[in-house]
Design a protein around this ligand. Sequence first.
Ligand code: PEP
Ligand code: MG
Length: 576
Amino acid sequence: MEIRKGVAVSPGISIGKCLVIDAEDYRIPRRAIQPTQRLTETQRVRNAFKDAIEELEKLQAGQKELKVRDIFAVHLSFLKDRSLRKKITDMVHDESVTAEYAVSKTLRDIASHFATQKDGYIRERAADIYDIERRVLKYLVGEVEQEIRDLTEEVVIVARELSPTQTAGFNKEYVKGLASGAGGRTSHTAIVARSLGIPAVVALEDITESVTGGDTVIIDGNRGIVIVNPDDATIQQYLEYAVEFAEMEHRLDLIKEKPAETRDGVKVSLYGNIEFPDEAELVLKRGGEGIGLYRSEFLFLNRDTEPTEQEHYEAYARTVSFFKSKPVTIRTVDLGADKYTQARRYIREPNPFLGLRSIRYCLQNLTMFKAQLHAILRASVLGQVKVMFPLITNLQELMQAKMILGDVMEDLDDEGIKYNRNMEVGIMIETPAAALTASMLARDASFFSIGTNDLTQYTLAVDRGNELVSTLYSSVDPAVLRLIRTVIQDAYKARVDVTICGEMASEPEQVMLLLGLGIRKLSIASPMIPEIKQIVRSVTIEECNKVARKVLSMNSERQISSFLRDSARKILPEAF
Ligand code: PEP
Ligand code: MG
């Protein structure tokens, strides 16, 4: 039994057999297999080589550059070398290790050997071997991903790293838990796991080195613990804990019909965050009053082609039809950074979070942007649709986006299509630049939604998905809180509505602070709505104001976090 501590990102308990996904561009850990699996694994090696050869032959045939064709020829001669393949399959057989490990180990040994040679030409061949390794591993990893798509029994997934696209594609019926080496609490992978209601723990570093496919694994998404090969007593203890947790969730569900109102009668609006139209029903079920953040870019992930205008429209129409007159806030596509379309997957930018992402990407891809706006406008007559632009960093961007929206409105007029001419147009405040110029932006936005996930990342210069710096990432850092306060004050002066839609709004310990800072609208991951409502119903605004005043007088994140924890525990001990 091995107990590993990571970061809890999606609540719940799951116990199951694990399936391991390796990352093709990362060191593959040595993992043992059962003797009965040797035949399957050696066959996997042969298939992966066969697929890699076929791919390379096609690339070579289509290549006009003679030099590049020569490089492909060298790679092909390696891939076709029978002795190399035999060395790998022998290793799988003799040492009972996975196909991935045998391929990676053998090829990396050869590359290291080349890299130490005196002859410059041979030394340079090391890079070719790494390239060949990646090409073969791509097929082996892809095969596991296919296996996950075709699951027929429940598993928990353990991976070095999971992309939001992979996670969004998991079948909830069979994937019962996630554990990953990389990632942070507000990484999009964590956000998707939470929306899907799959217990998850991230930042487990080299967790994939501790497991073998088929091991029993417990994922404790409440405490951020993963237990590999637990003993019987631990399993029993966790089975009981899982029942207790389910009972608590059920009790919370009972407050669904009650208003989200503080003890002194102040109404707080609780909305849901969604990635897919299917989740809308869950938001309603949990007592959400509409959608505060629809991450529309998820329509682009998991597919090879761009969605058509009609596909956009159908997704929005479905969501709006659930809510009828309640608001549905559609954020225009926020692609880039860690959310790539299949087509852009291999076009890497040096600093993707500071690169061509979000509204910047839309403003450079007008046909795509206009198609989405056209669909949103068409859906605007079906209910209370609002549109929101992400990652605005200056007024020009907002004006440009609004001008394009105006152009699309004219197109609809010409086409004789009805839409809501007065649809509200808001922006996300996710950068320090936007927060500091909130008073200027307020003149051209009907509402603000503070994206605390990105705002924290950009204010503190900490990548939200990088586990190596996750201890530096905190939305209650004094710097972030000062920016949030500025935005709320400026929004209030300009009579612009302001919502918090980052993960901060889903943190039970931070709700009192947000209410004390003046927030009355929160948009939350749907599984968290009942718990947040319970907190709202347990406090008075006076108590929250006191908490906020005290927090703003503190100068360290640590002090603030521990004070917030204590305050929340005093108010509602059973929730913690
Ligand atoms: C945010 O940045 O806080 C936000 C809500 O947007 P996303 O998490 O999708 O980047
Ligand atoms: Mg964001």
